[in-house]
Design a protein around this ligand. Sequence first.
Ligand code: PEP
Length: 252
Amino acid sequence: MRTPMIAGNWKMHLTTFEAMELAAAIKNGISTDLNREVLIAPSFTNLQVVKKAISGSKILLSAQNMCWEEKGAFTGEVSPLQLKDIGCDYVIIGHSERRKIFYETDDMLNKKVKSALKNGLKIIFCIGETIEERENQQTYNVLKTQVNNGLKDITDFEMSNLVIAYEPVWAIGTGRTATPEQAEDAHIFIRREIERIFNKHISESIRILYGGSVKAENIDDLMACKNIDGALVGGESLKAEKFLRVINYMTK
Ligand code: PEP
């Protein structure tokens, strides 16, 4: 039985005060009896204040990125040791904005995955195809490559600390959500690939989130799919009321 996860990626938004207020509103709005994990990923500068705002709740804290090195001369980077020290539970690795805008390669992402796991951080590992790749029938190839390269040399045991987020690039921040059928199809493919690389137990227990224009209005249909175990939510996670509606999918 996979516990669903609803994760909010706040990207490069919100001042410290705004982040604190939003985190507090989410904390106060969550009903404690729901069997689902909730995670928020603020900017590095807001991690500490959000950690404080969610204390006493079960909300998980995630960074949006990290360096693979633990310390040293890496100006402008933040290390897994520092994220752990500040109280992060998770780190997002491989978001398409990191791949596309900051040229993060599969090899760099694999180093980040290994370093995060070594330092006791859990991971949301993002994969997904561009619109050109989808139109050229390359979706499966892209997902296969990203999974194989990004998770190279990761042990079966370490896989229990990893969540995959399928985020078609064409659906991120565009308002164009994948249909539940398109998302489910990709999730089934990813699960089969995980079984091929690792084993059946891992493929059946790993959580695969969908991300890409998830809204209060479409979350119920997505979550009705057997292989969708939650959502990675961008824009809709910046408004407490909307994000709470996503968290409370199928109940309200
Ligand atoms: C994201 O940032 O991972 C994302 C899915 O964004 P949005 O929900 O805004 O499309």
